[in-house]
Design a protein around this ligand. Structure first.
Ligand code: PMP
Length: 400
């Protein structure tokens, strides 16, 4: 039956992990995968999560199905985290929100909803480059996918002029995907001033802003600061869509906890949107998983656990920033040719190093260091034990 099915290409990021696993050298380092690692290079379960699980175990809750749009306490708390407790549309009951299978599921629900109901041009503009899964998610949702300039290879920073030109040249009312903070893969974010200009252009052209917020808290260590763009846009009257993930900021990767929300113009409109979100979700997976949403909502609703969580998010973000500083200092003190300021300036889990494909290949073959072919490294894979070996190896690879 399946003789005509062609073999698909392997996933570029998971392929890096395969190569890493097959390498037997004790010095090997995997900087491919976007998951936080502690000072010893180990996966990290947050204490806030462990405590929430203890609390939940004592409550001995049942395992009944959740409603189609998920755990109501969770969705209410997630929306508050994204939009802020004082958000006007939240207070007015104008935000439609549903639980999702983490960030990927949120983007897919959003894509499917827009594909079905967005009344204007069904084209979504993604930053170039963007997270590799964005294109297939939105294409499979029935949207046309195009790009807007984002990254400038020469400055290893934001191509702000290119971005503005491309948004201005997009058809009116097209959909624009924005990374709310800690842009993946580049680690390059607009400044607050630049966000304001982007908001103005989006307003002028009546574009539809769809925020992907996969790293709230992870960029600066502060969930409020990282929500700046989303909250500013909402204050400016944009009816945004927001995808949230609790994979990184709560370390709940495999629990698949996320939320998708849409700001509507009235509670009555919200109720209609809610009803259609259910009709989008029901045939996809019927209803979402329970455990992770209970963990996240326990943390978000308990003052003490919330405080503990905030301190742990900050700890993770600070450790990554520390690694950026050390990597920069090492590269400079080893007289590595080139300009390395971007390592310190970039934000969040990833750094776009500017290393070329031959250099990343040499690092894998000669130094047992694995990263994606575009030179992106997960800063969280670096720690006190491997940072010096990593810096020396990069320095050697660049010197050739
Ligand atoms: N958006 C971006 C920009 C991401 O980097 C990721 C995770 N790599 C996601 C969404 C979704 O991740 P998840 O489905 O694990 O929440």
């Amino acid at each position: 039956v399946w003789s005509t099915v062609p073999a698909g290409p392997p996933d570029p990021i998971l392929g890096v992990t395969e190569a890493f696993k097959a390498d037997k050298d004790p010095r090997k380092i995997n900087l491919g995968v976007g998951a936080y690692r502690d000072e010893n290079g180990k996966p990290y379960v947050l204490n806030a999560v462990k405590k929430a699980e203890e609390t939940l175990a004592k409550q001995n809750p049942d395992k009944e199905y959740l409603p189609i749009t998920g755990l109501p306490e969770f969705t209410a708390s997630a929306a508050k985290l994204a939009y802020g407790a004082d958000s006007v549309p939240l207070k007015e009951g104008r935000v439609a929100v549903t639980q999702s299978i983490s960030g990927t599921g949120a983007l897919r629900i959003g894509g499917a909803f827009l594909g079905r109901f967005y009344p204007h041009v069904k084209t979504i503009y993604l930053p170039v480059p963007s997270w590799g899964n964005h294109t297939p998610i939105f294409r499979d949702s029935g949207l046309e996918v195009k790009g807007y300039r984002y990254f400038d290879k020469k400055t290893v920073g934001l191509d702000f002029e290119g971005l503005k030109e491309d948004l201005r040249a997009a058809p009116e009312k097209a959909i624009v995907l924005l990374h709310a903070c800690a842009h993946n893969p580049t680690g390059v974010d607009p400044t607050p001033e630049q966000w304001k200009e982007i908001s103005d252009i989006i307003k002028e052209k009546q574009l539809f802003p769809f925020f992907d917020m996969a790293y709230q808290g992870f960029a600066s260590g502060n969930t409020t600061r990282d929500a700046f763009a989303v909250r500013y846009f909402v204050e400016q009257g944009h009816q945004v869509a927001v995808s949230q993930s609790f994979a990184k900021n709560m370390g709940l990767y495999g629990e698949r906890v996320g939320a998708f929300s849409l700001v509507t113009s009235s509670p009555e409109e919200r109720a209609r949107v809610d009803s259609q979100l259910k009709i989008v979700i029901r045939p996809m997976y019927s209803n979402p998983p329970l455990h992770g949403a209970r963990i996240a909502s326990t943390i978000l609703r308990d003052e003490q656990l919330y405080g503990l969580w905030e301190s742990e998010v900050k700890h993770m973000a600070d450790r990554i920033i520390q690694m950026r500083d050390r990597l920069y200092d090492n590269l400079v003190s080893q007289n590595t040719p080139g300009e390395w300021n971007h390592i310190k300036k970039q934000i969040g889990m990833f750094s776009f190093t500017g290393l070329t494909q031959p250099q990343t290949k040499a690092l894998a073959e000669k130094a047992h260091i694995y990263m994606t072919a575009d030179g992106r490294i997960s800063m969280a894979g670096l720690n006190g034990k491997n940072i010096d070996y990593f810096s020396e190896s990069v320095s050697k690879a660049v010197k050739g």
